[in-house]
Design a protein. Structure first.
Length: 1093
């Protein structure tokens, strides 16, 4: 009996074997489906004319019957299929019994090499740049997608002009792998090495190369093209000869970067010699150290990197010129991604964060399922322990969805079983560590619960790309749930994770913003007209330093050769005409200094970066060679009238730096016609500078730190003409910007260097307490740079986080002991500062000894303070660190707060001796009056947040915040009770509160710390069932915090003391207020206001 059926047979292999433990595979034919006539044999069925071959289908192994080309076994079936059976053999267990695939491990390498050569020969004239298109009737004609076509042309064009490494940026889901396959065939690549980041991706990419993906099915590659011989390098052969034998049997070898790059040098050399081309998939996973050394082996060989983002997972940029970048916006527009809905939660209590994320994610999933969408939820964490805990949580709350777990400690069978359950819809929730593996593709994964945030831009883009792949099944838009209160990421993530943000736009902006950063950098580098520099310009990181020349004529960088002999020029000059920048590297050799050994020479390499500012008519030269100021080079490129800016004029670069503290000072003077140089540092700088100004001694060089435009800066300069900073220019464009800033000062005729040095802070070393009242104490700069929740203070076993701890001055007279108090919710301790000849001790004089706990380190506070001395603030404006006193300059000491600027409020009904409102919100307190006035503001004056921060560790008694276009205004109100029943003119009423104002200005320098402090303080208050918010909440605070990227923060500080009658304010009080305002202005450029009676 004969009948006709639609039959699908599985793939057939020419080669399918192991060579030294590594699988090598070549297809003869991919899975084939066609309608054929079927006849019965004695113990088998015969498929007649199946692509020119006759196939016998049997239940057990049989000798090939006459006229039969192939025998297909059905080992798990009891009966042969009938006319009524499903003849799709690709869906059941089958095995080709005849002919068996070749075991090429036993054949001569030469024979295998002939096979691979035949494969490449078969690729001649078989590739078609067939593009995908949609007909007028709406039907789709399959072909290469626009991003694939673009990447193909760019790669082929790049290879025609260069052999340098290049990068192709294609969002996940737009067809990176098919692009690789197309390049393999179109370029007829004979020996391709494909490097991937993981074992899972090696298997996936390898299978794509084996089958050539969709290329044949879509008619992009002719059926006559043979399939490549693909090797999976999973286990490195023991000796290099065996590795050579394996490679020579393959057209394509797929390996992880770790196994290839970390193999023995002899093996790496064999790989580099064999490969004609190198592809790197998911290139953002490749670390610089792993890849750079290995890449150097492939000199002059085409290396192409494929990635969805040019940023590596460590935040740095992937090497290689970006030759093609397909924007995510276009990928979304053309339907390669589905839109993303971002559903944030805000929970600062870590114990409740997982619960909130889970509830929101499950709600989204159930909504999707109710809408008949075939969606699955993936919950992502960063550790196996977290995954196990979270899996238990999901099982308690969503047992009906059968939550599963996948992590690296499970067996392969356990992982496969879990994923099969997902695909079979037996489960709708999967908990995993990080991801389900690079390249894992299940379109139904449309709800993502990020219990642990991605900290890298590269990972985030990969994640969102994977979760938004288009699908032809019943798939809706993707949803991502995350706790934005826990975001501690770089600036590029802030917009993406900002509350209430429309993620479809933000995802596009984020991806393109990241890529455009690289492209801007790439364009700056591409502006260098030389096509093949010997050095990687993007790796040059000069110091922010230069010598500067005034120029009359325009520069001519082609004349560099007049100053730098060709024999010295190792690399360059590389010229960027648009930016007026030139870079070159010199190589100098000289005899060794330790003996007359002519065959040994010291080699010195120096980089030079030149920039000419056409507007300022200045030439800037940066060089690692500091042996000269390079006047010959300057005159070569800018003419004989190029004049070095030196001497007193160079110190104009210090203009605008407030509170400038010189840390190192060099002076020179003439004694008996001989020039003498002296160097000073620390406390010796002050007397030396005073003497230099009095005796007119010349300043040779100096370096110091201060504040400029509200930021901390460090600057140095030398009378010989050199300028420098501690900053490093990791981007040459940033160095050019720095040059322009410095040039503006040097060319300003109104800047007086004499005035600059009159305002320099001159430190003094002291052996006794300063004769001024202590008004504030703050932690060291090192401590203030630590996270507040990472430092604990232990007093008598009661542990408090740093954000709940205060250092307060003890109310002692100017000639009494110098004491301060450590105050926490758990207790108090008083310490005294005691001076010795060259040292200072911090001695516990009252209370229990306090300990500082950072990580596993636990140290007594007195010992801690000796290593990290606190900053002490005095009423006369001076500060003390250890035994170094930093007084105000002579001009600053005379600053007085104008009486007419004193603001008076109506304090009717307020007990001016009651400072805090407390838990009962006492209506007659000073703090409550401040809050009431803020709450009463209307219209444009109304503030968004009013926060009660009163208590140990406070930033201020009241914090008010308001968002304006482009800025966030923060106001700190420091309240102080009166020492008397009636307002008067008591200076003691101002000491502590002015000290609090001065100390609080440092929050301006760290806006993120400011917001974290308020968040921590509120979470602590909520544990008592109360809130610190008078207006607003954690959600509004988080929203404001997320806007820091696009909004600058301004800070205004108020001192509120109703115990001062403004009309009776004494000169001493006005001077203390003036000193306070001056400090706020000079450091972080903050506004100040006093409120009295």
């Amino acid at each position: 009996m004969a009948f006709t059926k639609q039959v699908t047979v599985p793939v057939t292999y020419v080669v399918h074997t192991l060579v030294d433990g590594n699988r090598v595979t070549q297809l003869e034919a991919s899975e084939i489906q066609r309608e054929v006539s079927i006849t019965e044999g004695r113990s088998h069925l015969v498929l007649d004319d199946f692509g020119g071959k006759r196939i016998a289908v049997a239940l057990k192994s049989i000798p090939p019957p006459a006229g039969i080309d192939r025998v297909l076994l059905l080992p798990d079936t009891d009966e042969l299929p009938t006319a009524y059976s499903n003849w799709d053999f690709s869906q059941i267990a089958t095995r080709w019994a005849y002919p068996k695939p070749l075991n090429i491990g036993d054949e001569p390498v030469e024979q295998s090499a002939l096979r691979t050569a035949d494969v490449v020969d078969s690729w001649k004239d078989v590739f078609s740049f067939k593009e995908e298109r949609v007909e007028a009737d709406g039907s789709a004609i399959p072909g290469l997608r626009p991003p694939q076509i673009g990447a193909l042309y760019c790669a082929l064009g790049h290879w025609r002009a260069s052999s340098k490494p290049a990068t192709v940026v294609m969002p996940t889901g737009t067809g990176k792998t098919e692009t690789m396959l197309a390049l393999l065939i179109a370029q007829r690549i004979p020996r391709l090495l494909v490097l991937v980041p993981s074992d899972a991706l090696r298997e996936q990419i390898g299978s794509k190369f084996v089958s050539l993906g969709w290329l044949k099915r879509f008619g992009i590659v002719s059926e006559s093209a043979m399939f490549p011989v693909v090797g999976y390098l999973k286990k490195m052969p023991k000796d290099a000869g065996a590795l050579q034998s394996l490679l020579n049997r393959c057209n394509v070898v797929v390996a992880t970067m770790s196994i290839a790059a970390n193999s023995r040098a002899s093996h790496r050399a064999v790989i580099a010699d064999w490969a004609s081309h190198v592809f790197i998939d998911e290139a953002h996973h490749v670390s610089a150290t792993t890849w750079t050394g290995f890449r150097d082996l492939f000199v002059d060989k085409p290396v192409l990197q494929f990635t969805a983002t040019p940023f590596r997972t460590d935040g740095k940029l992937v090497d290689g010129k970006v030759i093609f970048n397909y924007p995510l916006r276009r990928a979304q527009t053309e339907g390669y991604f589905r839109p993303i809905n971002f559903r944030p939660v805000i929970e600062y209590n870590n114990e409740r964060s997982d619960l909130k994320i889970m509830e929101r994610a499950l709600a989204s999933l159930r909504e999707d399922l109710a809408a008949n969408l075939d969606h699955i939820l993936m919950a992502r964490v960063h550790s196996i322990k977290r995954a196990e805990d979270l899996h238990a949580l999901y099982r308690r709350h969503a047992a009906d969805l059968n939550p599963l777990i996948v992590h690296s400690r499970q067996t392969a069978v356990e992982k496969r079983t879990a994923l099969q359950s997902l695909r079979a819809h037996e489960s709708r929730v999967i908990v995993c560590v990080d991801m389900l593996g690079e390249g894992f593709d299940m379109p139904q994964l449309k709800v993502a619960a990020l219990h642990d945030m991605h900290k890298s831009l590269a990972i985030t883009l990969q994640f969102t790309g994977r979760f938004t792949r288009t699908s032809t099944t019943n798939i809706g838009d993707a949803t991502v749930v995350a706790n934005i209160a826990d975001v501690e990421v770089g600036e590029r993530l802030r917009d993406l994770y900002a509350e209430d943000a429309e993620w479809n736009d933000l995802l596009r902006v984020l991806s393109e913003g990241a890529t455009e950063d690289e492209i801007r950098r790439s364009e700056f580098l591409e502006g260098f007209r030389e096509s093949a520099p010997q050095i990687a310009l993007q790796n040059i990181a000069p110091k922010m330093s230069a010598v500067v020349f005034r120029t009359g004529a325009a520069w001519d960088p082609d004349r560099i050769g007049r100053a730098i002999k060709p024999a010295r020029m190792f690399a360059g000059p590389f010229h960027n005409p648009g930016e007026h920048v030139v870079v070159f590297v010199t190589k100098d050799q000289e005899q060794v200094a330790w003996g007359d050994v002519r065959d040994l020479k010291n080699t010195t390499w120096n980089v030079f970066v030149l920039h000419w500012s056409e507007e300022q008519r200045l030439l800037f030269i940066n060089s690692s060679d500091n042996s000269s100021v390079h006047e010959e080079l300057a005159r070569a490129v800018c003419g004989a009238d190029a004049t070095l800016i030196r001497g007193e004029q160079i110190f104009k670069s210090l203009h605008g730096v407030n509170r400038f503290l010189i840390q190192n000072l060099g002076l020179r003077h003439v004694i008996s016609k001989a020039v003498q140089f002296s160097m000073y540092s620390g406390a010796d700088v002050g007397p030396a500078l005073v003497a230099a100004m009095r005796q007119n001694r010349a300043k040779s060089n100096l370096f110091g730190r201060g504040y400029e435009r509200g930021d901390k800066v460090s600057v140095g300069c030398s009378q010989k003409g050199r300028l420098w900073s501690q900053r490093v220019a990791y981007d040459l464009a940033k160095w050019v910007e720095w040059c322009h800033e410095v040039g503006a000062k040097l060319t300003d005729p109104n800047i007086s260097t004499e005035e600059i040095f009159r305002n320099v802070v001159i430190p003094e070393q002291v052996t006794a307490r300063p004769a001024s009242v202590l008004i504030a104490v703050n932690w060291s700069e090192e401590m203030l740079h630590r996270r507040e929740d990472a430092v604990d203070i232990d007093i008598g076993g009661v542990v408090s986080a740093l954000y709940d701890v205060d250092l307060e001055p003890e109310p002692t007279p100017a000639d009494g002991p110098l004491r301060f108090k450590l105050r926490t919710p758990g207790g108090e301790s008083t310490y005294e500062v005691r001076f010795f000849a060259d040292d200072v001790n911090y001695v516990l004089v009252e209370g229990t000894a306090a300990y500082v706990v950072v990580g596993r380190k636990r140290e007594r506070l007195d010992d801690w303070l000796r290593a990290e001395p606190p900053t002490l603030y005095f009423a006369n404006g001076a500060t003390l660190v250890h035994n170094e006193l930093f007084p105000l300059t002579a001009t600053e000491r005379r600053v007085v707060y104008e009486r007419e600027r004193l603001v008076a409020w109506d304090w009717t009904g307020v007990n001016i001796r009651k400072e805090s409102q407390g838990a009962v919100k006492a209506a007659d307190s000073i703090q409550k009056r401040v809050i009431d006035r803020l709450m009463a503001l209307e219209g444009d004056d109304q503030v968004d947040i009013v926060f009660d921060d009163d208590g140990s560790g406070e930033m201020a008694d009241v914090v008010a915040m308001k968002v304006h276009p482009g800025r966030i205004d923060v106001s700190l109100y420091h309240c102080k009770y009166s020492l008397g029943d009636r307002p008067g003119a008591r200076i003691d009423d101002l000491y502590v509160v002015c000290g609090q104002a001065q100390r609080s200005v440092y929050w301006k320098g760290d806006p993120e710390r400011l917001f974290r402090h308020l968040q921590h303080r509120e979470v602590g208050r909520q544990r008592d069932g109360r809130t610190r918010f008078e207006r607003g909440d954690l959600r509004s605070l988080s929203t404001m915090s997320q806007s820091l990227r696009s909004n600058r923060l301004t800070l205004k500080i108020y001192v509120v003391q109703p115990g001062v009658r403004n009309a009776d304010a004494t000169p001493a009080q006005l001077e203390l207020l003036g000193v306070t305002e001056l400090y706020l202005r000079d450091t972080y450029d903050c506004d100040f206001e006093f409120v009295g009676s």
